[in-house]
Ligand binder design. Structure first.
Ligand code: CA
Length: 242
């Protein structure tokens, strides 16, 4: 069983039926689960335990999910937070992400999607926790062979099954793919890629990013104009879909 599957998750949800349902399904997946019924309880739990992920409902009595998130980040606690919001308004989602949530799922949620988001956040976290100071450019043993569509990327051997058979990816290509597969369905901005892969957060020229995307599409897309996996988000960046 991988590290991600034995992760310890705090579920913060005041609706008991939903909380118990989540606990059941997460435990079935092999996760360890604690429940907190309100924001105050959540903050107390987090003060006393190190969780691998917090599943945080926004609508909570007393201290709401936004406040929990803000307080934790204010205390330099960067445990990954997946927000559950009943409100699909872009404003609320943007607000939650600004306060430091890592991702969100809108209620009523699809269980398979929720589990995929959780896995994605945990994978990303496992990768970040790597001991090397310069971890971004190293292999990530936690991520092994990741399949998508007809292809796969192997993060140990740097090899990939592409349209042209087995190929070796460059460091940058591999690093971009790592970000994609650990954050599926999310908008990844060019700026984020520059910051995380090239360590150039304020660099004005995103052409280096575009060049790697062109290479990856050549490897993994039948038709670069109608990509199946590496989608463009106009003017912003990209979204990877498995
Ligand atoms: Ca609630």
């Amino acid at each position: 069983m991988s590290e991600a599957e034995t992760a310890h998750i705090l579920v913060v949800e005041d609706e008991e039926a939903i909380a118990e349902g989540l606990r059941l399904n997460l435990e079935r997946k092999g996760y360890r689960v604690d429940l907190a019924a309100d924001g105050q309880q959540a903050l107390e739990r987090v003060a006393n335990h190190r969780f691998d992920l917090i599943l945080l409902d926004v609508r909570l009595p007393e201290v709401d999910g936004f406040e929990v998130c803000q307080q934790l980040r204010g205390e330099n606690n960067f445990t990954p937070i997946l927000m559950l919001t009943a409100r699909s308004q872009a404003d609320d989602i943007v607000y939650g992400l600004k306060l430091g949530a890592d991702d969100y799922v809108v209620k009523p949620f699809d269980l398979a999607e929720l589990l995929a988001r959780i896995e994605g956040l945990l994978r990303r976290q496992a990768w970040k926790r790597k001991p090397e100071a310069n971890g971004k450019e190293e292999e990530a043993p936690e991520l092994e062979r990741v399949p998508f569509g007809d292809y796969w990327v192997d993060f140990r051997s740097w090899q990939a099954k592409t349209r042209n058979g087995i190929q070796e990816l460059s460091r940058k290509e591999l690093a971009v793919m790592k970000i994609f597969v650990t954050r599926p369905n999310q908008v990844i901005t060019r700026r984020e890629l520059l910051a995380e892969v090239w360590e150039l957060p304020n660099h004005p020229n995103t052409r280096v990013v575009d060049n790697v995307i062109v290479a990856l599409r050549k490897a993994f897309e039948e038709n670069s104009w109608r990509p199946r996996h590496i989608h463009s988000v106009r003017g912003v960046g990209y979204r990877f879909v498995f």
